[in-house]
Design a protein around this ligand. Structure first.
Ligand code: GDP
Length: 430
């Protein structure tokens, strides 16, 4: 059976922790989209890790970790990540990389930087990891597949052809040094040596695994609001963040995805530019940022301070709907224990009208939050394992939000560790 762990919002909802936890009972964990531009923070017995490319199953001896064809594969970053975990005494994980996966080329990273420079104040707030130029090339059909590393003649011809067009842009648009085909070929030869031990026909592997009754976990990056179709376009990422895309980015039949765990954080945070209706500022934001997550809300990859806000029922209801949520994992609830009252965004006011439906981007820019205050619980809830042992106001907060978003909250996370989880039977469960 296949399960997916995905985000309802802007990312950083705590998917890494939930995947790591669910991976205890999974045979295979697959990354199906995105690249090394975002990361997961995982805290376990080996220490604290920021993973960007490796699936969150790498800490278990029993799971196979797969990089699916939908991922933007940065080979040197993958190699460094493997090294960084084995250095901390994590046993060498079993890793497979799809032969259909495409590679982030060194020039993708440069183009990302040059374009942000060129746009100046109008930039997208890219992490400059080359992800947008990578996916542009993939769909312009000038990307490089891992399988092509093993065909020297093809590679030589293609490298020469692609350098020609890239160099025109480098020279005339960006006024930067051009790419030398022989240097690029030498780099690709190194990539081939690095990746060779991991290359696999992943869709066949997964097909066989399904027939053997194995459990496969699909691990999403970012969240619904960063999806290129359903998110806050153009302030989105370049590959689909939806569970449905897991079927494509891993190479699985869509009907095999039986459980979709959508992760929602008990408050909001976002990185990069774009509308963020329930955003807060000043001291209020600083305090939540400092107390948030596990050691503060700062980007796992970039270290950038995250933008902070109250829980947004409008965005989360929409985020859960587009994911096809069967279960909501409600995370980082413990962090809110310091507040007397907790504002929740229950509607958007757009042009004088209140709506609970998430609007398209041009309307979203005009939306103002309608806030409702919930009473706080003013205590530390870490260590609690049973839902009924949570303070009453804390349960009211969870149940209020469940009611607003309309999807069952079946897991409540009250700490960064694997064991910090409360399972709950929701009245909305089918
Ligand atoms: P992801 O990309 O969705 O996995 O999210 P991040 O890893 O960027 O952010 C989640 C952060 O919150 C990490 O530092 C986690 O260790 C931490 N975290 C996850 N769940 C909880 C929780 O329930 N409570 C607290 N305090 N921290 C959590």
């Amino acid at each position: 059976m296949v399960k997916a762990v995905v985000g309802a919002n802007w990312g950083d909802e705590g998917k890494g922790k939930i995947t790591d936890m669910l991976a205890q009972k999974a045979d295979i964990v697959v990354r199906f989209q995105g690249g090394a531009n975002a990361g997961h923070t995982i805290v376990n017995n080996y220490g604290k890790f920021a993973l960007h490319t490796l699936p969150s199953g790498v800490f278990y001896g029993h799971t196979t970790s797969i990089i699916g064809n939908g991922v933007a594969l940065n080979i040197p970053i993958l190699m460094n990540e493997i090294k960084s975990i084995t250095e901390k005494n994590v046993p060498m994980p079993k890793i497979l990389v799809s032969d259909r996966c495409q590679m982030v080329m060194p020039y993708h990273i440069l183009f990302d930087q040059y374009e942000e420079e060129r746009l100046g104040g109008k930039s997208f707030g890219s992490t400059k990891s080359g992800i947008a130029p990578f996916y542009s090339d993939k769909f312009a059909k000038i990307g490089f597949q891992v399988s092509e590393l093993f065909d020297e003649a093809l590679l030589q011809d293609k490298v020469e052809r692609i350098c020609e067009t890239k160099n025109v842009i480098l020279e005339h648009l960006y006024h930067k040094p051009v790419i030398k085909p022989e240097e690029l070929l030498a780099t690709l030869k190194e990539y081939k040596e690095m990746i060779e031990p991991y290359v696999c026909d992943v869709s066949s592997y997964l097909d066989k695994a399904l027939k053997e009754g194995k459990t496969i976990l699909l691990e999403g990056q970012l969240g619904t609001l960063k999806d290129p179709d359903h998110g806050i376009y153009p302030m989105v990422t370049s590959s689909s963040t939806l569970a449905a895309y897991g079927a494509i980015g891993a190479g699985l039949p869509p009907y095999e995805i039986k459980q979709i765990v959508t992760v929602c954080k008990a408050y909001s945070s976002a990185v990069g530019a774009g509308a963020f209706v329930s955003e807060i500022f000043g001291d209020e934001a600083d305090e939540l940022r400092r107390r948030g997550g596990d050691g503060g809300e700062f980007g796992a990859t970039t270290g950038r301070p995250r933008r902070m806000g109250w829980f947004d029922c409008v965005a989360s209801k929409y985020g859960c709907r587009l994911q096809g949520t069967t279960d909501v994992a409600f995370t980082v609830l413990d962090v809110l224990g310091y507040l007397d009252e907790i504002p929740v965004c229950v509607g958007y006011e757009v042009d004088g009208e209140v709506t609970t439906e998430f609007p398209v981007t041009c309307k979203l820019e005009k939306a103002k939050p309608v806030l409702q205050k919930m009473p706080g619980w003013r205590c530390d809830i870490r260590g609690i394992r049973r839902y009924e042992d949570l303070p009453e106001n804390c349960r009211r907060y969870v149940e209020f939000i469940e009611d607003q978003i309309g999807y069952p909250i079946t897991m409540v996370s009250n700490g960064p560790g694997r064991e910090d989880i409360i399972y709950r039977k929701s009245p909305l469960q089918k």
